[in-house]
Design a protein around this ligand. Structure first.
Ligand code: PXP
Length: 241
């Protein structure tokens, strides 16, 4: 039997909904607890430079509450390195970040920033934190990830999710080759971005795949699997007058 692929739930979008109204709900920390109860193997959050969804207080509360594994996604900056060293998540995933993007677009250019990334990865590793690089499924990025001392790579599945037909098959083949190459380099293999219950199967079946990070589609599905119950609950509250 093949090993179980771990599911890490990204709770950023719960914070997005909360921040849209400036309320204290829905709370991403409460969401993390529910996800863990339901079998999530880890909780992922991305503290963006502009704090557009998850904010510093969320990260501190997640650290205190998460009992599985906390995957802290952040840009490769000194500010985030220091925050991570104080926080001690189980995993730090380094991602590229641009203020104007809607979500993380493209992978981190590890090969182009080896000199800057190596000491950052070294500082996190020395603190006992596993470091993962969010990269495109490209051999040069995998080899560079290995050279800077990363423990793992998270392969960007955004392209695969946007494509269809033969183009999607070709991207899946590229992802498969990247899994083999990363494993051959001694890196652990994760994947994420754009995954849904309709497209996750072939990604979960890739060789050496250990972990998937899923956020947007899962929170979107939760709206519909929970909406009927939410209407019933409000109805009951109204009727209890
Ligand atoms: N992995 C990384 C590194 C990400 O930046 C994101 C998006 O924040 C995800 C996974 C989750 O992507 P999605 O929200 O599309 O499931």
């Amino acid at each position: 039997m093949t090993a179980r692929v771990r599911l890490h739930v990204n709770v950023d979008h719960v914070a997005t909904v909360r921040n849209a109204r400036g309320t204290r709900y829905p709370d991403p920390v409460l969401a993390a607890g529910v996800c863990e109860l339901a079998g999530a193997d880890g909780i992922t959050c991305h503290l963006r430079e502009d704090r557009r969804h998850i904010v510093d207080d969320d990260v501190a509360r997640l650290r205190a509450a998460v009992q599985t594994a906390l995957n802290f996604e952040c840009a490769a900056t000194a500010e985030m390195r220091d925050l991570a060293l104080g926080l001690r998540p189980e995993i730090v995933t380094l991602v590229p970040e641009r203020r104007e993007e809607r979500t993380t677009e493209g992978g981190l250019d590890v090969a182009g920033q080896e000199r800057a990334l190596a000491p950052l990865v070294g500082a996190l590793s020395a603190a006992g934190i596993a470091v993962s690089m969010f990269v495109a499924p490209v051999e040069a990025q995998l080899a560079a990830s290995r050279r800077v001392g990363a423990h793992a790579v998270e392969l960007h599945t955004g392209e695969y999710c946007h494509l269809s037909g033969a183009a999607r098959d070709a991207e899946l083949a590229r992802l498969r080759a990247a899994c083999e190459a990363a494993h051959g380099l001694g890196l652990r293999v994760a994947a994420g971005h754009g995954l849904t219950r309709h497209n996750v199967g072939p990604i979960a079946a890739l060789p050496h795949m250990e972990e998937l990070n899923i956020g947007h589609a899962l929170v979107a599905d939760a709206l519909f699997s929970g909406l009927a119950g939410a209407v019933r609950d409000i109805r009951a509250a109204i009727d209890a007058r």
